[in-house]
Ligand binder design. Structure first.
Ligand SMILES: Cc1cc2nc3c(=O)[nH]c(=O)nc-3n(C[C@H](O)[C@H](O)[C@H](O)COP(=O)(O)O)c2cc1C
Length: 198
């Protein structure tokens, strides 16, 4: 049977998973790769991975704040396109001195409207606190960028003990990741419809 007339099947929302750490031998990369592969087992979401270490994103140096800029730093053009094309974000972020890493803030600050009215979820990791202090700060930044930070999150505590000899997470937090994705997909669908109607 062909498609039913008058019924449109929406494309799965596009989620951009962002690796916040730019350090050598960072834990963020295998965690983000695991999360991305896990998310790709779902049919209700389309997932891309963005690695801040691979983007040519200089420290912000424009004279005009991004929300008023007609043009952007040339190095930010790819980043602008990636973020604009996404319907939602999942930031994979470790905790650095009870905060989040500077390259992530720089990546947020380079853009403005590209983030707006889209959900963002967090996969954090660190020591005893599992990166949750960094995420609490990120939630404030997200709201100022007009994003919707979702309630559920993944937090990996004692990250140095979370990996096996193969360099992969020995007990990946699938259940928390699944709940986080449920939230992200719900908001992504809802806000995409609302943006289109506005
Ligand atoms: C500069 C720096 C500061 C850190 N500060 C904290 C901290 O305040 N709390 C914490 O739980 N872990 C802290 N850590 C441990 C990191 O969360 C851990 O090394 C993590 O793997 C960093 O992410 P990455 O490997 O993806 O770069 C710190 C690590 C670095 C490099």
């Amino acid at each position: 049977m062909g498609p039913t007339k008058g019924v449109t099947v929406a494309e799965a929302p596009r989620v951009l998973v962002i690796i916040a750490s730019t350090r050598q031998e960072r834990r963020g990369e295998p965690i983000a790769r695991w999360f991305t592969e896990y998310a790709r087992t779902r049919s209700d979401v389309s997932v891309e991975l963005a690695d801040l270490a691979l983007l040519d994103l200089p420290p912000l140096r424009e004279s005009t704040p991004p929300m008023h800029a007609d043009s952007r730093d040339a190095g930010a053009a790819d980043w602008s396109r990636m973020v604009a094309e996404a319907d939602a974000f999942v930031v994979v972020c470790g905790e650095y001195n009870h905060g989040y890493p500077a390259p992530l803030k720089n990546a947020f600050d380079h853009l403005f409207s590209e983030w707006a009215r889209k959900p963002v979820g967090f996969v954090s990791y660190g020591g005893a606190a599992g990166g949750v202090r960094a995420v609490e700060q990120l939630r404030q930044v997200a709201v100022e960028l007009d994003m919707v930070p979702v309630r559920r999150q993944v937090a990996i505590h004692r990250v140095w003990a979370a990996f096996g000899a193969d360099g992969q997470l020995s007990d990946p937090p699938r259940e928390d990741a699944s709940l986080l994705l449920d939230d992200v997909v719900w908001w992504a669908d809802t806000l995409r419809g609302a943006r289109a109607a506005a």
